[in-house]
Design a protein around this ligand. Sequence first.
Ligand code: ATP
Length: 227
Amino acid sequence: MTEGTGALDPLGGEGPLLLMGGTFDPVHYGHLRPAEEVRQRVGAERVVLVPSGEPPHRAAPKTPAAHRLAMTRAAVAGFPTLGVLDWEVQAAGPSYTVRTLEWLRERLGRRPILIIIGSDAFTQLNHWHQWERMLDLTHIAAVRRPGTSLEALEPELARALEGRWTESPAVFHEQPAGAVMAFDVTRLDISATAIREMVGAGASPRFLLPHQVEEYLSAHGLYRQEP
Ligand code: ATP
């Protein structure tokens, strides 16, 4: 299944395919605004959000993938510049990003792929499954996230990225993969962890995430503490 919301094919369109993977537990404006800013600067049609099934790099989220997918769909509904790819949720086995990229590459041929990664995750990239292979499959947009630095890279990652850094997004339209660019985006100190804690403590997460997502998590009693 590869349908996004509405009639839009998440892999449709032309130019670079922009992706943002995550647990989206829940999706919030700290995901959506940086994604939109990268999209505008790259001059791409759309950013496709890819909720993970079983994330291999962290403790499994308590929230079932079906809820995380539904919240992500609710967030993008009505915005043609956003899409959702449900492949990782539908696929059996761990959600390795490299696996998703291989799957996409088979379908997209030489069309450029650009994955947007926050600085907290980007600086850990060399701990991801087959991370060096990823550099052959996609470009990377590293967005600065409050409280973390893009500069603190372990030597093996810094070495692998040598010669790949670019300051112009033009390469994302010209080559299928392999370049890395740092993006200064509006820094929103929002995390899903803080939102879950807030809701667990009985407080409202209003204005940190789209209204439809707030309604969904409230209607389904997500993140509430057991009495
Ligand atoms: P959690 O608090 O549960 O760890 P999270 O808020 O970090 O969740 P994820 O779904 O793990 O959200 O993040 C998906 C991607 O979005 C990652 O690449 C992450 O770095 C990035 N991201 C998340 N929040 C922000 C933010 N506030 N600013 C920039 N990037 C972000």
